[in-house]
Every structure is written in structure tokens, then in C-alpha cells.
Design a protein around this ligand. Sequence first.
Ligand SMILES: Nc1ncnc2c1ncn2[C@@H]1O[C@H](COP(=O)(O)OP(=O)(O)O)[C@@H](O)[C@H]1O
Ligand SMILES: Nc1ccn([C@@H]2O[C@H](COP(=O)(O)O)[C@@H](O)[C@H]2O)c(=O)n1
Length: 211
Amino acid sequence: MSKPILIGITGGTGSGKSTVAQEIYKGLPEEQICIIEQDSYYKDQSHLSFEERVKTNYDHPDAFDTELLLSHLKQLSDGKSIDKPIYDFGIHNRVKETIKVEPKDIIILEGILILAEPEIRKMLDIKIFVDTDADVRIVRRIQRDIKERKRTLDSVIDQYISIVRPMHLQFVEPTKRYADIIIPEGGYNKVAIDIMIAKVKEIAASKQNKN
Ligand SMILES: Nc1ncnc2c1ncn2[C@@H]1O[C@H](COP(=O)(O)OP(=O)(O)O)[C@@H](O)[C@H]1O
Ligand SMILES: Nc1ccn([C@@H]2O[C@H](COP(=O)(O)O)[C@@H](O)[C@H]2O)c(=O)n1
């Protein structure tokens, strides 16, 4: 197997990164593509109490186990499978179980701070920034966090004002400059998704022809 194509998808919380990743995934044969979420690589916090874990800043680059993420990306690039951690937002921690991910020709890496890490940036063949206005993102986040991440309205708003927004301005927004492509509005931007799928298919075909 030749080196996989590594596509990075970033953008602020609620911008539509996961949706864009899913749409690209659905447009390609399942046996060719996998998705790695940076969220899966939040540091293990088993040594902290639940109350302490609630207070952690999850929007700072230091919140992630980037060493493990990089080593997993390298393993996949070398044609080896990985045991991807599973993150539970309800308990603010990894669970004991992992998921086996087999190496594929196309790897999508998605997360808020993937372009903030020079070592990750270097590995990416295509860098995408999903650009969605902050008011839309916070509304989406409120709905999603209450429905899927066991949060209350007050907790989402407090966290957003005190941590998420300032960290976004300091660490996420400046990484837009590293993007090859900026997708406005995210996952339902059909034109952008179709162009991405066509481009990835073209690169995958040209790689296959070279082998
Ligand atoms: N273009 C869109 N229009 C409306 N809702 C969207 C759009 N893109 C994503 N969503 C919804 O917004 C929420 C956050 O999207 P998601 O893709 O998980 O964002 P991210 O991964 O950037 O945090 C999800 O509930 C998703 O269904
Ligand atoms: N225990 C945690 C861990 C992370 N978060 C928030 O998740 C956001 C990143 O995920 P997206 O899917 O929204 O990109 C990030 O902004 C963290 O604040 C959390 O709330 N709790």
C-alpha cells in the first residue's frame, strides 16, 4: 500500500467539521477511507475528579495528547492498524475501550486545533478550514451539547464565554492562514463537498496509476 492521502479538516466548534468529514466519507468507497477525530485524543484525565475535569480548558493545544495522535497517524501511514481512544464528553474523559482502525488510502483528520500543531500540519496533503460565523456556531453548539454531550444551557454558555471564545480567537482562528481551502458554512455546502470528493478521487487514482 502506498502512503495514504491525509486530509485535515478544521474550524471552530460547531462550524460543521464533523459534518464535512462525514459527507466526504460518504462520497468515497468505504474500504478506502477512515476518519480520525482529534477529540478522541483529549488527554487521559483519570487522575482528576469529575469536578476538576469539568474545569479543564479543552480549547487549548495542551489539552490534547498530540504525541499519541502523531504516532497513530504515522502508524496508519506505514500501513499499520491503530487502537483509537474513545472519548466520552459526558464524563470528560477517555473510556477504557478503544476502536481498531485499519490503514486506508485516504485518512480524514478532523478537529479544532489540528492546524495549530506544526508536526500535524506537515503531514497533511490537503488542509481545509470550515468557516462559519460565531453566532451560528454557538447556536449549533448549544443544541448539540444539550442533546448529545449531557450539558445544561447555563454550562454551555459559561464555558463558551470564559474559555471557548477566547481560545478560539487565540488558537483556532489564526490557523485559517494555513488552509488550502476555506469552506463557508460547512456540511451542507454541496458545491464545496462535491469539489473535494472529485479532487480526492483524482489524487487517489493518480497514486494508483503510479504504483
Ligand atoms: N450547514 C449546516 N446547517 C445546519 N446545521 C448544521 C450544518 N452543519 C452542521 N450542522 C449541525 O450543527 C451541529 C454541529 O456540527 P458538527 O459538524 O458536529 O460541527 P463541528 O464538528 O465543527 O463541531 C450538528 O448538530 C450538525 O448537525
Ligand atoms: N470534555 C470536553 C472536551 C471538549 N469539549 C469541547 O469540545 C469542543 C471541540 O469539539 P467540537 O466537536 O465542537 O469541535 C471544544 O470547543 C471543547 O470546548 C468539552 O466541552 N468538554
